[in-house]
Design a protein around this ligand. Structure first.
Ligand code: HEC
Length: 162
């Protein structure tokens, strides 16, 4: 082999190593971007609690405009989880949010649109039960949402579960 051929071969090898190192770097950057784009489940759940809490009082006051506002916010929170296809400790939270969150919110919306406040109140209860069913099925049975009352300022039951 002529010395120039050897130099060429070494150069090509070095370039190949550099190129594959770049690809590995791009891969890990893509993964990082994907993770950064994932909504924080804790923050989204906090929003859901806030929105469902205020929705209760808006329903109690039969304030159509405010009820519509919080229903819309709840739908947006649900869609955030669905679109990001959130997985949490192996649980398909995004997928579950379609049936256990968006669906009950939409059926509550239908009752409100029909001006049927009694049915809307019943569907609010169904929504809260659905929040809790998902907490049970995703391994968080201690997170219990309830209709707000005067016991504590949150719409949450903090008592120890049996
Ligand atoms: C698709 C399943 C699912 C549904 C539906 C769901 N949650 Fe959650 N929720 C979770 C999971 C999983 C966690 C634990 C997240 C964590 O560890 O940050 C959680 C945590 C929470 C927390 C604890 C965080 C905190 O700030 O105290 C609250 C409150 C909460 N959810 C409220 C709600 C409310 C209100 C609804 C219904 C309007 C709801 N969730 C519906 C799965 C769900």
């Amino acid at each position: 082999m002529k010395p120039s051929t050897t130099i060429q071969a070494v150069l090509i090898l070095v370039l190949l190593i550099l190129a594959s190192w770049q690809f590995l770097k791009i891969d890990s950057l893509e993964e990082e971007i994907h993770e950064l784009k994932q909504p924080s489940l804790y923050v989204t759940m906090n929003q859901l609690q806030n929105q469902s809490h205020k929705l209760f009082y808006a329903l109690e006051n039969q304030n159509q405009e405010l009820v519509d506002f919080y229903i819309h916010e709840l739908e947006e929170s649900a869609e955030t989880l669905i679109e990001a296809n959130v997985e949490y400790h192996g649980q398909p939270v995004g997928e579950l949010s379609r049936t256990m969150l968006l669906a009950p919110v939409e059926s509550l919306e239908e009752a409100v649109d029909d001006g049927d406040w009694e049915l809307a109140n019943q569907r609010y209860q169904v929504l809260i039960q659905s929040c809790n069913s998902c907490h049970v099925s995703t391994g968080y049975p201690a997170i219990v949402i309830k209709q707000p009352d005067m016991e504590n300022p949150f719409n949450q039951d903090f008592s120890v579960r049996e």
